[in-house]
Write a protein that binds this ligand. Structure first.
Ligand code: URA
Length: 241
């Protein structure tokens, strides 16, 4: 979560929080329809503190939040990018009332990976959960095409080398006796990392799903393809293990 930053340009805040353009916000300001703490705003450069000020636009209160944090249950076939020429992106799944300027996925899942994606416009928070230095664990369930054994668990735990990349130690737990379902905990996110780690043993990953980021599980009540806002308590959980 971002630190408090104090007042910001109101036109920018309102445009980021609504479907209004800055020009439309200026028109409303000219008509006296933007009110901060009971006073109509004068001047397009007026500022407001999203953490403290009460803002109404055309008589409707606006919950000004500087940053937005969404939990998305990513389906297969959707790319973790802000735009793509051919395929739907995770941002296409955000319903209009939750759309904000600057939203992006904090960490990428492959097109065929499902599960928990955090969308935010808070770059500092995204950096905190993505940086290997922060050690925020991400937990995945992998369905394998051939069984993994103890030697694979040991290699994951030691920190594998895949190509020119040196991985941090990772936890591999075999969920059932077949060795075909595995729970993997990573504290970093390199390109195709889990597939490449299993691939080093000739094991293919048939399905991959992210269950958890930090101490927060994907909400089991959130249908595939849906997203919802996270509350403060949930955000704090992400930063706990
Ligand atoms: N590792 C992978 O190989 N793919 C993902 O989507 C995430 C982790």
């Amino acid at each position: 979560m971002a630190e408090r930053k104090g007042p910001e340009r109101l036109d920018k805040l309102i445009a980021a929080q609504t479907s209004l353009s800055r020009r439309e916000v200026h028109q409303l300001i000219s008509r006296g329809q933007v009110v901060v703490n009971g006073q109509a705003v004068r001047g397009f450069d007026a500022k407001a503190d999203p953490d403290l000020d009460q803002v109404t636009v055309s008589g409707r209160p606006l919950a000004l939040k500087r940053y937005s944090y969404l939990m998305l249950h990513k389906p297969r076939g959707v790319v973790c990018a802000t735009q793509d020429r051919a395929l739907p992106t995770v941002l296409d799944l955000v319903p209009p009332p939750l759309r904000r300027s600057g939203l992006f996925p904090a960490g990428r899942l492959d097109k065929d990976t499902t599960g928990f994606v955090l969308l935010t416009n808070d770059g500092a928070f995204a950096h905190r959960i993505l940086s290997p230095k922060s050690h925020v664990p991400k937990v995945y369930t992998a369905r394998l095409d051939s069984p993994a054994g103890p030697e694979v668990c040991q290699a994951f735990a030691q920190g594998m080398r895949i190509g020119s990349d040196q991985c941090l130690p990772a936890l591999l737990e075999l969920v059932d006796p077949s060795g075909l379902v595995a729970r993997v905990t990573l504290r970093e996110g390199m390109y195709h990392q889990i597939k490449r780690m299993f691939g080093a043993f000739g094991i293919g990953v048939e399905e991959l799903h992210r269950d958890r980021i930090g101490g927060l599980d994907l909400d089991p009540a959130l249908p595939v393809g849906n997203c919802r806002e996270l509350n403060r308590e949930e955000l704090e959980k992400i930063l706990q293990e």
